[in-house]
Ligand binder design. Structure first.
Ligand code: ADQ
Length: 468
């Protein structure tokens, strides 16, 4: 059986004695892949230490071996908080005004990618497939190739890839374009991401399109294709069906009495449009005064990246918008917006989604947005709720039956919320069914299988030995 090496920025090593892959995010997404392959998962341990070792710490957990590295405070500041989260993240999400580029951060980003490549190279065996995840690790393939690694190396980019007009504002853009084209296979979430990157490679690096998504860039061949990530639809639906037993879900439903619930669930990130969504809800109550007291909006948004100043600012902005709305519209007996900053187990989220008549998923820009899919998966087939979805989320491509909105337009979002609340059951079922069926076909296992099936095709590619 051949081996699959996954590389991701953050690796959660499961407790010793546990053979299960850790819950959440990428771990759930790759569960099935690890039944077809033996696995090695490499990346940052999540720990910051003053003098990190250059050797990874190895832990065996059933079929999957974990190899993790600590970061120094400087590495963490420059590579992770700095370049990845203050330069790449805002630019990839079209937020030029929020981007902060520094040469020191970029040097730290390159340094950590080099350190990771050096540590990983010693673990790679002939036959291994290497699958690198996300924007923290764009230069990893170039570094590995420089060390003589000739295995197939693929990359999946979980966030949007913007047009050249936006991407090329990043001072390191040309180097990053060269670096990304060192991967054999570049997976993106949507066809428009594929278009943006391919077009930029042609314009900036004079890449030659070869058909079928393949391009010749500086004498090397790469392939760029979309693989929209899915969720474990079945698992989510079952969790939602069982969630009625859960205390948090039961108490929430009981507390609603006859009120209808709107729900938003996000990491607190400016790409997710949380304050803008609250303002749209305010707009909804302003134009539908008869609904005051009858509808509650629950926003669940655990804080993230609190070491990055733009996120601290966002948290203050949300508190201010929330306070103003609840203060001006609320009554002693009714709080229009409930705001919770806790993370909840999947089972609880599934139950809350199911209890909500409307899922309000309105990111300003999002690679995919799994919450939109989770909301749809959690609905009951005979009385489903309605998804209000930003047209700037990758998920909109696969969920066109949702009420698609422009999140910058508070009026449009408020109108969609109204339409969702008044939508007759027959229409709700008619919209929900094709979304559920498509998501079931294109679930997370389909995603991993399609990507890896394609990466397998690069085993036979002849590679030049690295220059001396
Ligand atoms: P994220 O930006 O993190 O992911 P998203 O796709 O919405 O965004 O996934 C968030 C996940 O976190 C969901 O599974 C959600 O259930 C969970 N979550 C959110 N709030 C939670 C809470 N309060 N408690 C518990 N769980 C919570 C990045 C990209 C996305 C892309 C994914 C996957 O930004 O566009 O869809 O990767 O590729």
């Amino acid at each position: 059986m051949s081996r699959l090496i996954i590389v991701s920025n953050r690796v959660a090593v499961p407790e010793s004695g546990s053979k299960a892959v850790a819950a959440g995010g990428l771990a759930v997404a790759l569960k099935e892949a690890f039944t077809a392959y033996k696995g090695l998962w490499f990346g940052w341990s999540g720990k910051i230490t003053d003098t990190p070792s250059s050797e990874p710490v190895i832990a065996d957990r059933g079929r999957v071996q974990y190899a993790v590295m600590d970061l120094s405070p400087q590495d963490h500041r420059e590579y992770y908080s700095g370049f990845a989260n203050r330069a790449l993240w805002p630019i990839m999400h079209y937020r030029l005004g929020l981007a902060a580029f520094s040469r020191a951060d970029y040097a730290g980003y390159q340094r950590v990618n080099r350190i990771f490549a050096q540590a990983l190279a010693g673990l790679i065996e002939p036959g291994d497939l290497i699958w690198v995840h996300d924007y923290h690790l764009i230069p990893l393939a170039s570094e590995l190739r420089g060390l003589g690694v000739s295995n197939p190396i693929g990359y999946f980019h979980h966030i949007p890839w913007p047009s050249g007009e936006v991407f090329n504002t990043l001072p390191a853009s040309t180097e990053l374009l060269r670096a990304v084209s060192d991967y054999d296979l570049i997976g993106l979430q949507t066809d428009s991401d594929v278009h943006n990157l391919s077009r930029n490679l042609v314009d900036e690096l004079r890449a030659i399109p070869l058909g079928g998504g393949s391009l010749m860039v500086d004498g090397r061949r790469t392939r760029i294709r979309s693989f929209p990530i899915g969720i474990d639809v079945d698992g989510f639906r079952q969790a939602a069906e069982r969630a009625g037993m859960n205390r948090t879900v039961r108490d929430t439903v009981a507390g609603l009495r006859t009120r209808k619930l709107l729900i938003g669930v996000d990491r607190l990130d400016y790409s997710k449009g949380v304050p803008e969504r609250m303002e749209a809800v305010e707009r909804f109550f302003a134009s539908n005064p008869d609904q005051r007291g009858n509808v509650v909006f629950l926003q669940i948004a655990p804080k993230s990246r609190t070491e990055v100043p733009e996120y601290e600012q966002l948290s203050r902005d949300v508190n201010e918008v929330l306070g103003n709305i609840n203060g001006s519209l609320g009554e002693p007996s009714w709080t229009p917006i409930q705001y919770v900053t806790k993370a909840y187990p999947r089972a609880v989220l599934a139950g809350l989604y199911r209890a909500a008549r409307v899922g309000v998923v309105t990111p300003m820009r999002d690679g995919m947005n799994l919450v939109a899919k989770e909301y749809v998966a959690a609905q009951s087939e005979d009385d489903p709720g309605v998804l209000v979805l930003s047209k700037f989320a990758g998920a909109a491509r696969q969920l066109p039956e949702a009420l698609l909105v422009n999140p910058y337009d508070r009026f449009e979002v408020a109108e969609a919320i109204r339409a969702a609340l008044y939508m007759p059951k027959a229409e709700r079922v008619e919209r929900w069914k094709p979304m559920f069926e498509r998501m079931t076909r294109e679930d997370v296992d389909w995603w991993a299988r399609s990507y890896l099936g394609e990466l397998e095709g690069f085993r036979t590619v002849e590679r030049e030995p690295p220059a001396e």
